[in-house]
Design a protein around this ligand. Structure first.
Ligand code: 13P
Ligand code: SF4
Length: 347
């Protein structure tokens, strides 16, 4: 039964004590997050990993790229475990390293040595390593503005991987006009741009989040029509059009902080992953909270981490069996850590 599984998790956690650490991303299910030793957005989880020197086993409740980041930032003797290897991220998969190297060559031919690559942490370790090698950094949705600003102190232009929406929303907020941004399509090896390419300041990799893409202009218009006194709060992985029509946009931590500070009786339509929206609804009964898209939008890969998988990895650990370990090779780590540290230094 669920209760038996929960008891078993508690028992193993108690037995391992400080040797075991369970970080959990805000999009994780309640059945998992209840056992997290720390919860956070992507930036907080990276910071927590970088600081944790004590835990021998880090059972990461999030997706594959987050576990890779944890492995890069922790010591050699610390083992990072992902409870379900199928917990990937469709956005991270939209920038593959061979495609990126090939694209970089064309971008260099077009712009010379004037471009700094930045990657959203929602990317593979190989992409972080690529970015680190060429002087760039990682960014998360909570520090993207600072990082893009920093990037422009280094080079005239940026290449932003792999989320075109976070890249566009951030650059726009910093005053880069939309007509100075080009989409790079890695499938056609071409820019999607109508003007003079030399005027481009921001090159946006053509990737997106399949969860946040589900929040549409139509959803915003419906809320505005039906409930004009509702505040609309979205994640910057939503499209430029949706962010522009919303009242507030920010990372998952920003969304949580905004709702916590909001007065009782206030009304909110939130455009982010289902588990977080449901948790906010349950934790803030004094406020009226709905999902911006009335059909709740789950991240199916995040949701693969569930109580049975968490228990399974812990039970194996208890039998001295490390399963589903995430290991980033040393060469990849050496450059990826440069990209991550450039970010952590600015945050
Ligand atoms: P943040 O944790 O930076 O808000 O990112 C959201 C997300 O999509 C994680 O995969
Ligand atoms: Fe990837 Fe989007 Fe899921 Fe985050 S919410 S893990 S970006 S697919």
């Amino acid at each position: 039964s669920i209760e038996e599984m929960e008891n078993r998790v508690r028992k193993i956690k108690k037995k391992f004590g400080e040797r075991l650490f369970i970080p959990g991303h805000h999009y994780q299910k309640d059945e998992v997050i209840q056992f997290a030793d720390a919860t956070g957005d992507s930036l907080q989880l990276a910071q927590i990993s970088a600081q944790n020197k004590a835990a021998e086993f880090i059972v990461f409740c999030g997706v594959h790229f987050m576990a890779e980041t944890a492995d890069i930032l922790t010591q050699d003797n610390q083992k990072v475990i992902l409870p379900d290897m199928r917990a990937g991220c469709s956005m991270a998969d939209m920038a593959d390293i061979d495609q990126t190297e090939r694209s970089w060559e064309i971008i260099q031919q077009t712009f010379g040595d004037t471009v700094l690559p930045l990657t959203y942490v929602n990317s593979t370790a190989a992409i972080k390593s690529f970015v680190g090698k060429y002087g760039g950094a990682t960014v998360t949705s909570s520090n993207a503005k600072d990082m893009v600003q920093w990037a422009f102190t280094q080079k005239e232009r940026i290449l932003f991987l792999p989320d075109q929406h976070l890249g566009r929303n951030t650059a726009y907020d910093l005053g880069v006009p939309l007509d100075k941004m080009a989409i790079w399509n890695p499938h056609t090896d071409n820019f999607e741009y109508e003007g003079n390419i030399e005027e481009v300041k921001v090159i946006l990799w053509k990737g997106h989040c399949s969860v946040h893409e589900n929040f549409t202009v139509k959803n915003v218009e419906n809320i505005r029509k039906q409930q004009p006194d509702m505040n609309i709060l979205v994640h910057p992985e939503c499209s430029r059009e949706v962010v522009a029509l919303s009242d507030y946009a920010g990372s998952t931590k920003y969304i949580i902080d905004t709702i916590e500070k909001a007065p009782a009786g206030s009304k909110w339509a939130i455009g982010t992953e289902m588990n977080l929206v449901n948790r906010l609804i349950n934790n803030h009964r004094d406020k009226e909270i709905v999902s911006l898209n009335p059909y709740m939008c789950p991240c199916l890969t995040m949701n693969r981490i569930d109580l049975p998988h968490l228990l399974w990895t812990l039970e194996e650990l208890d039998k001295d069996n490390v399963i589903n370990q995430i290991v980033v090779d040393n060469q990849t780590t050496d450059y990826a850590i440069l990209a991550l540290n450039r970010m952590l230094k600015q945050s």
